[in-house]
Design a protein around this ligand. Sequence first.
Ligand code: GLV
Length: 389
Amino acid sequence: MPVITRIEDLRCIHERRVPRMFYDYVESGSWTEQTFRENTTDFSHIRLRQRVAVDMSGRSTRSRMIGEAVAMPVALAPVGLTGMQSADGEIKAARAAEAFGVPFTLSTMSICSIEDVAEHTTKPFWFQVYTLKDDDFMARLFERARAARCSAIVVTVDLQVLGQRHKDLKNGLSAPPKLTVKSIADLMTKIPWGLEMLGTRRRFFGNIVGHAKGVTDPSSLSTWTAEAFDVSLDWKRIARFKDMWGGKMIIKGIMDPEDARRAVDVGADAIVVSNHGGRQLDGAVSSIRMLPSILDAVGDQVEVHFDGGIRSGQDVLKALALGARGTYIGRAYNYGLGAMGEQGVTRALEIIHKELDITMALCGETDVARLGLHNLYVPQGFGDPTVLV
Ligand code: GLV
């Protein structure tokens, strides 16, 4: 077993272990993948301010996200098809998150259903909602999330239509994988993954199959997003979701100060600055460069969370020091899951936690709550998308 010291090590094992179409699904951005790349590379423009001879004992990364106590302000982001990276993947990831003390968000596009995850966990998780045209389906989805004791919904507002990811189309992405010469040849090199998958009955989109109407091929993400998603979604419908749900609502996919204000107006409890991991509008600015202007617009009215490009605890620290109250990891934990199942998700969380804790100490801070702009050197114009940094 290689010595795993960073998230990149998990990614390499994930790539070797999991069928190409599912690895590629995680590791894709849309079109040229510029935004996907810049989400990670833009972090390197921000430098850290080193402080010395500060008492570093008794450090704490504990905090709160939407009022819930967290071991560190890092939630597991909603990621579709997580149960294809490892058999029963969503259950494994939710259990790892629960044991670590961070929130888990289940995607509508998950393989394990809301009920499956609820049955195998003890703490409430968050449920991510995609808006389908079918109002009955939406009402039932909220009922199911309530019955599963989900403590918040995360409404994703940046995927009315699916951004084109070339690799998914070329690979014929589907869950379960369709057997073609190419996919069979690949599966033959992924025997341990295949044996695990044969041992579970969870190989379909668990929240959709048998629940949604008017979907001709529910195994294909591109077919059912094209057929079932609400292309006409607007702020009025989002406001209705808040009433239909009646609990905490996080709005994910905000990349513009004006949209941030609209999200506050409809009663969001938190917003997530996110460009969907560079998977939707390629050419959009990286999330970390948009964070300052969103904070300027609404930071005193709503909890602002951050998603996009986090591959280390240092990235988490930079987002928090800029002013985010919470962060999300998506790919980072899926690498761990694909590499080593539940243990791999725990490993990803441990790596990020350790990097956050040590970096905080070397910046002369002992508490995540006290991180701020004073810990960073941010280039002039970084938060202005019209400036080349
Ligand atoms: C779904 O959320 C995706 O990005 O594929």
